[in-house]
Design a protein around this ligand. Sequence first.
Ligand SMILES: Cc1cc2nc3c(=O)[nH]c(=O)nc-3n(C[C@H](O)[C@H](O)[C@H](O)COP(=O)(O)OP(=O)(O)OC[C@H]3O[C@@H](n4cnc5c(N)ncnc54)[C@H](O)[C@@H]3O)c2cc1C
Length: 466
Amino acid sequence: MRLFWLALLHTAAAAVTVTVANTPQRVAIVGAGPAGASAAYYLDGLIDADIHVFDRGPRAGGRTQSETVSYNNQTLHFETGASMFISVNRNLMDAAHRFNLTLCEHPCTGGHTTGLGQYGIWDPVARKWVVRMGGWLDKARMLWRYGLSDLRTVRRHTQTAVDEFMQSYTRFDEVFATWDEYLETRPAMKEALYYRAAEYYQGKISQRFLREVVSLATRVNYMQDVSTVNTLGAHISMAAESHTGYSIRGGNWQIFARMLGNATVHFNTTVTGIQRHQKYRIATNRGSFDDFDMVIVAAPLPVANIAGLDVHSAQFVKVYVTFAIGTLNSAFEDAPRLVVTPYHTTRPFNCMSVLACLSTQCAKGAPVLVKMFSHQPVELSEVFDHVEWHREVVWDAYPALEPRNSRYAGEEDGRYRAPRPGTVPIVLDTNLFYVNGMESLFSTMESQSVAARHVVHLALSQYKPL
Ligand SMILES: Cc1cc2nc3c(=O)[nH]c(=O)nc-3n(C[C@H](O)[C@H](O)[C@H](O)COP(=O)(O)OP(=O)(O)OC[C@H]3O[C@@H](n4cnc5c(N)ncnc54)[C@H](O)[C@@H]3O)c2cc1C
């Protein structure tokens, strides 16, 4: 969905040279998702080492996975996890081009695109549309409903934080060993972590814009409302919703499968422990692998269950992703492409997108393929008259994006929560590094790739032969 246009700066990619006296001969990477695959890719570009990647799953991509379903001789493709990235996501765009993968406009499902409107907020309690934008009058209607000033304000705040993130593409000489140090040179990102979006924007924009536009973006991207999500989560969500989204035809996971390149990849191999004897030993469900000079953990420790490696981290949000083919019931039969429920409810879903219309005339009552995000299983009869097929995937999706130090909604002024501990470290031990602390700031394929690239540079610059 493209609600607004938001200009982001393209900065020239910097060439990087890492000069180290010694380099590791054998490196283990835990996780073949965006972070682990990126770590293997950037490491391979810098040094000549024997790289082993371990993943408990059967293929690359981590939370980036895709499936297909056949319907009336049409093959429909859908992303069950991370589904889109945007043109300024330089690592992913560069990799897509380098590996000759085909970019297509999100959702890249096949079938017919619905001619229905852009977005709507459906109130299931009042059983009516709070707002519904459709047809060629969209832009004029949005201007009439929201005016320009709130949009400009949110765009300005979002842009400042996004510009700071974009510095990651040019400041390869930066050295930081925790994500808190990273934030020290990024004041807008740091400040945004301390406030709920609703608090941050109080007095700056109208409640209507906050509840209908900003909240729509945060519910779609992080399943959180503006009253709970931190402001950095809101900035990232608004940036994502302001751009055309892209996917890779056939599945985003292909980027990460290609990035693994020359590494030796051990799929279906769960890492249960990382022990340091002389060098590192990786204990797995398939036996031990020895003699690693360096280890990069690129899997979220709160869900990886690796003995001895505990970090304090926000709880992961459980997300149900439900796909269904069928005919929508009368409440939704003229639904726009994206439907979000308001802040006071999560039923029947947080959001639903109509991925494809499955008849040539996308008329009311035509079968459609939809994707729904929810915190609990979707009761399909609340949405459909008739369901022909469905599939549910449950994820430990991403850390809850809570503010670090913020007033509880409804509390009296001046009463603040205890500050949250800082973000988790990157350096866990000598030559043992952790990428996924980045997810405590926000979680996307691109930011995990950027984080992995930084960790590779840090790891090589700190390398000590064991
Ligand atoms: C439903 C959903 C929608 C999303 N939408 C988007 C989106 O549109 N755009 C976007 O950019 N991001 C999106 N994200 C977020 C994105 O998927 C994550 O930010 C990204 O996948 C994180 O990459 P990672 O490599 O750090 O972790 P993961 O992708 O989780 O990869 C970690 C890998 O480590 C493996 N692993 C874990 N523990 C072990 C172990 N003990 N031993 C061996 N292997 C292990 C896992 O099997 C996994 O393959 C979405 C996520 C979800 C769940």
